[in-house]
Design a protein around this ligand. Structure first.
Ligand code: HEM
Length: 378
């Protein structure tokens, strides 16, 4: 009897261990992401600092939606597209940590802000920002932004040529200081790109102008939250400028707990603890299975049913991040840019004097614009 019991027990234990061994072996056999070939130590670092967007694009084309770049011995794994970035956006901070990125990252908002401060100070800053971004505050900032813009543009002579980049950077700094404490380089870049695209694609400038005429016809020169909500064309032009010129190249986290991803082709990869994992808004915004002819500036794409369907997938539009750490400044950004650009479109004829290839403004070029004050005619 004892013998039978011992045999049964051994059988149960053997089955248990056999299952465990099988499970471990199965885990081991799961693939790690492909590693980008580069010169040891400095190869990828050189490309990452010289031309990060091209580095990500080339390797996406070569390896697909999941690949690892070695930077000074550290594995950085890119997750491109909604299928493989779900866990990235939904995982707890204890699994994918922003705070651990302190060790690696260049601070997002400059020294002393966001990643560059202690977790406690960071929490205080976010609480302060959250209060500052409440709906009634957002409504209040629209008036502040308009007053600042009117004051700023009133100093322009009636006509002339100026560097739009310099002017918008200056104005955005003034409006952000007036509304919130802190800096806001993303909004300045987006305001400038919105203008470059509009001036390069005059058909959209005309559509935005027609919309402004209709809005002024209904409300006069008044601008408030609801009136900004009626500016659909301008909204789409800003959205498209952000899609094509996303100021965010990668959003990184430190992986503290291994996880799996499955690509749309059905390949499974294990992402080990210790990797830096990152999504890339600049690349994800140009995926051809989410956007028809993705390199083309086409604000009207958002009206197409197919495009709407494609981009309704969770985490397919990540210009402002998503999930746990989604950007709290999205509404503020749209309100500000719509206020400034509606003012410019209503009050000025604008023509681009600088010439650079379509959409190829590199961020530091001057944008010389010839302008002339006008009265809207109906
Ligand atoms: C064109 C303008 C902007 C763009 C494209 C943008 C983009 C982003 C992106 C992609 C993230 C996610 C980062 C990540 O997942 O690691 C983010 C986070 C954040 N953004 Fe923005 N942002 C913009 C403007 C603003 C403004 C105006 C503010 C503040 C007023 C702001 C405050 C923040 C904060 C505090 C976070 C961190 C949220 C968190 O970690 O929970 N952003 N932004």
């Amino acid at each position: 009897m004892v013998y039978i019991l011992l045999s049964a027990l051994s059988l149960i234990l053997a089955t248990f261990y056999f299952k465990k061994i099988l499970k471990n072996n199965f885990k081991k056999s799961l693939h790690l992401p492909p590693v980008v070939k580069a010169w040891p130590l400095v190869g990828a670092l050189y490309m990452l600092t010289k031309d990060p967007v091209n580095l990500i694009r080339k390797n996406y084309q070569k390896y697909g939606s999941v690949f690892t770049i070695k930077v000074l011995g550290q594995s950085v794994t890119l997750l491109i597209g909604p299928d493989v970035s779900r866990h990235f956006y939904t995982a707890a901070d204890s699994e994918l940590s922003q705070e651990e990125m302190l060790k690696f990252s260049v601070p997002m908002f400059g020294p002393g802000i966001a990643y560059g401060v202690s977790p406690e100070k960071r929490r205080q800053q976010f609480q302060f920002l959250t209060k500052g971004l409440r709906p009634q505050m957002l409504r209040y900032y629209i008036g502040q932004t308009l007053a600042e813009a009117q004051d700023y543009f009133s100093k322009w002579p009636d006509s002339g040529t100026l560097d739009l980049r310099h002017e918008l950077e200056h104005l955005i700094t003034l409006t952000t200081t007036r509304c919130l404490l802190g800096r806001d380089h993303n909004a300045a870049t987006t305001a400038i790109r919105t203008g470059v695209f509009l001036l390069q694609n005059k058909i959209y400038f005309s559509k935005a102008l027609a919309e402004q005429k209709a809005v002024v016809h209904r409300h006069g020169s008044k601008i408030d939250f609801d009136i900004l909500g009626e500016m659909d064309v301008l909204h789409r032009c800003i959205k498209e400028a952000i899609r094509l010129g996303s100021p965010t190249i990668i959003t990184p986290r430190y992986c503290q707990k291994e996880f799996m991803v499955t690509t749309r082709e059905g390949k499974e990869y294990k992402i080990p603890k210790g990797h830096i994992v990152a999504t890339s808004p600049v690349m994800a915004n140009r995926l051809d299975y989410l956007h028809n002819d993705p390199e083309r500036y086409d604000p009207d794409r958002y009206l197409s049913t197919i495009e709407k369907e494609m981009s309704s997938q969770l985490f397919s539009d990540i210009s402002f991040g998503g999930g746990r750490h989604a950007c709290p400044g999205e509404a503020f950004t749209y309100n500000k840019l719509k206020t400034i650009w509606s003012y410019l479109i209503r009050n000025y004829e604008l023509d681009l004097d600088s010439s650079f290839p379509k959409g190829e403004w590199n961020g530091s070029d001057k944008i010389l614009v010839h302008y002339k004050r006008r009265q809207l005619s109906f």
